[in-house]
Write a protein that binds this ligand. Structure first.
Ligand SMILES: O=C(O)CCC(=O)C(=O)O
Ligand SMILES: [Fe+2]
Length: 310
């Protein structure tokens, strides 16, 4: 082969190689772009989904008060009263004409909340539900036991005095009086026209799965329908959301969004009990949540005395 021919062959070989290299390069570039574009698309799609999720949940859930805030004055949210009250007898000075909800950390001290929590722990340790939710009703003495209830005052007879003392009941009375005063002031009511009503109970909720419908505390409900006599509901929290338990926030379910209250020991949340305050408690997913429900009626027929030792 002449050197010239060799050069020609070489140059045609090298131009074929060039073409092959170029084709290889453009294929590599195309696959590089395809790869990166699909990663970008995936990131874009997941970013979009997260954006939708966070915007959506942010818009749908508002925190009325977080656990870390300390409210030295009641934080009040007015809500239009529902029509419900028209169905019931009117008691001037008490029947809700101004409705809403309020939260305060200034009604009960942390020390009082701790004392009441020890009482709740002690009382509920006598038995408790097999499911996640146990109650101890101070008025009737009803205590969750397995899948049923027993009457602590009858079941434990005089031994109950080792659990509850006169002082504990005095503390309950004192706290109940202060809560009643806060409700009367907030809603412009006549204190003496409001009466304690039943049930008034300690609740203990943990993450065990429900065994009976009594354990299903998480359903949306209206207290006036659930309990009949309630006109004003109050909840005194005895443990801290995010510290003692997870989940378990209180949620007002309004038509436009959910509004949450994060429990904190010593925090009192109160509200008119009609359908303007449809609510639920989120499922507790770890730890134990303690609270006391103390409620008031305007109807003297449903009034109960302060709980006391038999
Ligand atoms: O414990 C709570 O935060 C609320 C309980 C409740 O809604 C009720 O007892 O009706
Ligand atoms: Fe309720």
């Amino acid at each position: 082969m002449t050197p010239q021919r060799r050069r020609i062959i070489k140059s045609s070989e090298s131009s074929a190689n060039d073409k092959k290299n170029k084709r290889g390069n453009s294929q590599r570039q195309a696959s590089f772009w395809r790869h990166n574009v699909s990663i970008l698309m995936m990131l874009g799609a997941s970013g979009f989904v997260s954006w939708i999720y966070f915007t959506w949940t942010d818009e749908l859930t508002h925190t009325l008060v977080s656990r870390v805030e300390i409210l030295t004055q009641p934080r009040v949210f007015n809500v239009d009263c529902s029509e419900d009250y028209k169905k019931y007898k009117l008691f001037p000075g008490c029947t809700p004409t101004k409705c809403g909800r309020a939260i305060s950390d200034n009604v009960v001290t942390l020390e009082e909340a701790r004392k009441l929590r020890r009482l709740a722990e002690h009382g509920l340790s006598l038995a408790g539900s097999d499911g996640g939710a146990s109650i101890l009703d101070l008025h009737s003495g009803a205590l969750s036991m397995g899948e049923q209830f027993v009457n602590v005052y009858r079941y434990f007879k005089d031994q109950i005095r080792d659990v509850f003392t006169e002082d504990d009941f005095l503390l309950y009375r004192d706290v109940r009086g202060r809560i009643q005063k806060a409700i009367a002031e907030t809603f412009g009511l006549n204190f003496s026209k409001m009466y304690l009503t039943k049930p008034t109970f300690f609740s203990r909720i943990n993450s065990s799965s429900a065994k009976t419908t009594h354990d299903e505390y998480w359903h949306p409900h209206i207290d006036k329908e659930t309990y009949g006599s309630f006109d004003y509901t109050s909840l005194l929290y005895l443990s801290d959301y995010g510290v003692d338990f997870g989940g378990g926030r209180f949620v007002f379910m309004d038509s436009s969004s959910n509004r949450t209250v994060e429990p904190r020991a010593g925090r009192v949340s109160f509200f008119s009990s009609g359908s303007e305050n449809l609510h639920l408690v989120e499922k507790v997913n770890w730890g134990t949540r303690y609270a006391i429900t103390v409620s008031f009626t305007c109807d003297p027929e449903y009034a109960i005395d302060n709980p006391s030792l038999p």
